[in-house]
Design a binder for this molecule. Structure first.
Ligand code: FES
Ligand code: FES
Length: 238
């Protein structure tokens, strides 16, 4: 590209046009053009602050943005129907913990990375921190509180206790909900990433259990005991 500046006055326009090359890469700019461009830029720069001030004034006079109207949602949790009015941005996890006081389901990362918030929704395990409550209209949700009670533990809860499948216990509700759903998935013949034969029923072995439980992290490292507990409930030896 060839950019030239040269001294011209208004009478130079024709000459300048005549001197323009047919090559689109060649650009010839006169001093007058530069002055015009510069003046336009200066006007814009001078105008911008006043435009910004006008926008700020308009926003201030409008006041804070109006709150979103709550949405109605109704779903079953552990067999009981709940009708809620929620901000549409409320996650299922927050609806369970903050609105229904079902605090057995834990919030770990709140980003779908740890599995502490796992619940069973319509038979499938999900990370409740990644799911909006309003998406579950009519759903049937099972949390750790719905699996068993201290007096009458679910078989998976009893096996976790027996095999020391936890230490601090923070990940345990999610681990147990996940484990219950995993055995159901295997029973239904749903393959996992490590299932070799997609036409056969997935085997119930340690590799399958570890792969299927890989979304549930345990900072205490109780993994081998968790596998033992799940294996016992499945009625097989890993
Ligand atoms: S809190 Fe939901 S995956 Fe960690
Ligand atoms: S038992 Fe502590 S994080 Fe799993």
């Amino acid at each position: 590209m060839n950019v030239n500046t040269k001294d011209t006055n208004t009478n130079d326009v024709d000459t300048e046009v005549a001197n323009r090359s047919d090559d689109p890469g060649d650009v010839t700019i006169s001093r007058r053009d530069l002055l015009i461009i510069g003046a336009a830029g200066a006007v814009s720069a001078a105008t911008l602050p006043s435009l910004a001030a006008a926008q700020n004034a308009a926003q201030n006079s409008a006041g804070p943005a109006p709150a979103l109207a709550p949405s109605k949602v109704s779903f079953k949790v552990n067999g009981k129907v709940h009708a809620l009015e929620l901000d549409t941005r409320t996650t299922l996890l927050d609806a369970l913990r903050e609105h229904l006081q079902l605090t057995g389901t834990k919030k770990g990362c709140d980003h779908g990375q740890c599995g502490a918030c796992t619940v069973i929704a319509d038979g499938r395990r999900i990370n409740s921190c990644l799911s909006l409550a309003v998406m579950h209209e009519g759903s049937s949700i099972t949390t750790i509180e719905g699996l068993g009670t201290p007096d009458k533990l679910h078989a998976m809860q009893a096996a976790f206790v027996k095999h020391d499948g936890y230490q601090c216990g923070y990940c345990t509700p999610g681990q147990i909900c996940s484990a219950v759903a995993v055995l159901d998935e295997i029973k239904q013949g749903i393959p996992s990433h490590v299932t070799a034969d997609l036409n056969a029923r997935p085997p119930l072995n340690a590799a399958e259990i570890r792969e299927r439980m890989s979304g549930n992290l345990c900072r205490c490292g109780a993994y081998s005991n968790i596998v033992d507990a799940i294996t016992e409930v499945a009625g097989r030896t890993a």
